[in-house]
Design a protein around this ligand. Structure first.
Ligand SMILES: [Zn+2]
Length: 228
């Protein structure tokens, strides 16, 4: 994780929180952490009366999450929830984001998922990582080859090597980040107070915590130090 810039793709506001401990740790070390979220979370309203406010609510919750995790910049593609499709236009926006950020590592969803937006996020981000490094569509920025591509979720049953990253000192940032996602807590089954309580407990307990990342076949394994 010896990076200066990373880019994390997520389908919905809050998907990226799966790797909260890593983002918090890296940002505290001075790494520029950029998150790109494809959809606006517009279907994530637990009560019909929240329907008209949900996009605005989720925008505010994303900003609060950025504060907690030290996310330097968030790119919102603002595509309707449950409506993400691998179109040429969205692929180009994705290529443009990669070329702007110029990350050394991209983190995205794996392919094994039942949510259509998650599968589309996987398809778009993996393809865009490759296209971004090719001398094509250069009105979208200078080509940028991202050396490392990882999956942070949706990898069940895949035969891929993985790395385990120690997040013992920042694992409590995950419940703290989930506490900011107030509109989603019916779905999560926990309240803001419960998340904050958990964050405090974890912070004080001094336990060992890790986050796992799967190394895709787009990553050159020779870039990693030898296993001793
Ligand atoms: Zn999602």
């Amino acid at each position: 994780m010896n990076y200066t810039r990373i880019l994390v793709f997520g389908a919905h506001p809050d998907d990226e929180i799966r790797m909260a401990g890593t983002m918090a740790k890296l940002s505290a070390q001075g790494v520029q952490v950029v998150v790109a979220i494809f959809t606006n979370g517009s279907e994530g309203y637990p009560h019909p009366k929240m329907r008209d406010q949900i996009v605005e609510l989720r925008r505010k919750e994303m900003a609060a999450c950025d504060e907690v995790l030290g996310i330097a910049r968030r790119i919102a593609f603002d595509i309707p929830d449950m409506g993400l499709v691998n179109t040429k236009e969205t692929l180009k926006r994705c290529i443009q984001a990669i070329r702007e950020v110029r990350p050394e590592a991209i983190f995205t969803h794996g392919p094994v998922d039942r949510h259509r937006d998650h599968v589309a996020t996987h398809d778009l981000s993996v393809e865009a990582t490759w296209h971004a490094g090719q001398p094509v569509a250069t009105e979208l920025g200078s080509p940028w080859k991202t050396p490392h591509l990882f999956y942070y979720k949706a990898t069940e049953g895949l035969a891929l090597p993985s790395i385990v990253f120690d997040v013992s000192k920042t694992a409590h940032k995950r419940p703290e980040a989930l506490a900011t996602q107030e509109s989603q807590q019916v779905l999560f089954g926990r309240t803001k107070a419960q998340f904050l309580e958990e964050a405090q407990r974890m912070n004080e307990a001094g336990e060992r915590h890790t986050e796992r990342f799967w190394i895709t076949d787009r990553t050159e394994l020779s870039d990693f130090p030898p296993i001793s």
